[in-house]
Design a protein around this ligand. Structure first.
Ligand SMILES: [Zn+2]
Length: 245
């Protein structure tokens, strides 16, 4: 596995977007940095997030990351949270960290509550989580975030009684720039709203085959669907590809 295949970078005058890593079933982490302020936010926090931040950014991320927006609770999107929390604690972060999650995302809620309990006496910063749903908003001074509910089933092979995960896509405004991120989703009405007219659309493109009308509880977008959606945005990048093993 050549790890460069799973990284990419985009920028304009206002924002730098780094896909630190994204491969389906392994890890996805995207770093947005406001060029005027140096402030950062993460879209998803897959395994290796800490290593990738240390390699690709200044140590200022310890204090400058806020918020973290999590698309859903699957391990390849949240696996790096524990390491990141631990590193921020070790380095003495004091400003609160806000984590945006889909309403009912029990994986992330459990990780946060467990961590807060474990280190209740020695955690120098607060970890807050915010449960978002369709058209929820969350603004910091630097990032304005809107969330969209998307349709992501738990498992591809669980066709008959598929269980929908709490799952979100996001549109993030940094200055005048809009970045849309689909998260993991099948084709559903929200994805067009997420990517339309965005300066950059970050779109999952997991499935190789083209969709068919009776494809049932499909878990992911196909490459064709993702490229079609990408044309609604000014520019796009496809992520979350299946690695050749
Ligand atoms: Zn995934």
């Amino acid at each position: 596995m050549n790890s460069d295949e799973f990284k990419s970078k985009w920028e304009n005058d206002e924002v730098e977007v780094k896909v630190l890593f994204s491969a389906a079933g392994v890890s996805t982490t995207i770093l947005l940095t406001s060029k005027f302020t140096g402030k950062m936010m993460l879209l998803d926090v897959g395994d290796g997030v800490l290593r990738d931040l240390l390699v690709s950014s200044k140590l200022d991320f310890v204090h400058d990351i806020d918020p973290i927006a999590v698309s859903h609770g699957h391990f390849d999107h949240v696996g790096g949270l524990y390491s990141l929390f631990g590193f921020l604690r070790m380095m003495g972060r004091t400003n609160p960290l806000n984590i945006l999650i889909p309403a009912g995302c029990s994986e992330v809620i459990s990780i946060i509550k467990g961590y807060r309990d474990l280190y209740s006496k020695t955690l120098p910063y607060k970890i807050w989580y915010h449960e978002l749903s369709q058209d929820s908003g969350f603004d910091t001074d630097f990032f304005k975030i809107n969330s969209f509910e998307v349709e992501h089933f738990s498992l591809e092979f669980d066709q008959g009684a598929g269980v929908l995960e709490p799952a979100l896509g996001f549109r993030v405004q940094i200055g005048e720039t809009i970045v849309g991120y689909t998260g993991d989703t099948r084709l559903c009405p929200s994805v067009e709203s997420i990517v339309r007219d965005a300066d950059l659309a970050i779109i999952e493109a997991t499935q190789k085959e083209t969709s068919s009308p009776d494809s049932g509880h499909r878990v992911h977008l196909s490459i064709n669907e993702a490229e079609h959606l990408g044309k609604l945005a000014k520019e796009f990048v496809l992520i979350h590809r299946i690695p050749e093993l």
